[in-house]
Unconditional design. Sequence first.
Length: 109
Amino acid sequence: MRMGIEFSEALLLVSGGALLFSFFALVHFASTYNQHNRSLAILSTILIGAASLYSATISTGHGPLTSLGGAMASAIIGILELLPIVLAVVTAVLFRISLLTKRSVGATS
């Protein structure tokens, strides 16, 4: 039995990640808005979010709100599944830094 990921599931994960990014970027732009910032970042974020929502709707075959929830949920689950690997790498790096540096005990940073 061959284990793999289907194209529609991969598309759902990518579109969910893009939707999650778009949501956080829009919250950031709304909280830091000023009248002198007239960049196209808000428009591009909205376009990326709309394209991701469209691809999630096409890949799942459900309505837009159901697709939005499913895509963002699968993206969050994917991030949480990768979290132990990231934490193991960070722990190894911090372990290496703390034990392999030769500093005297009384040294202050």
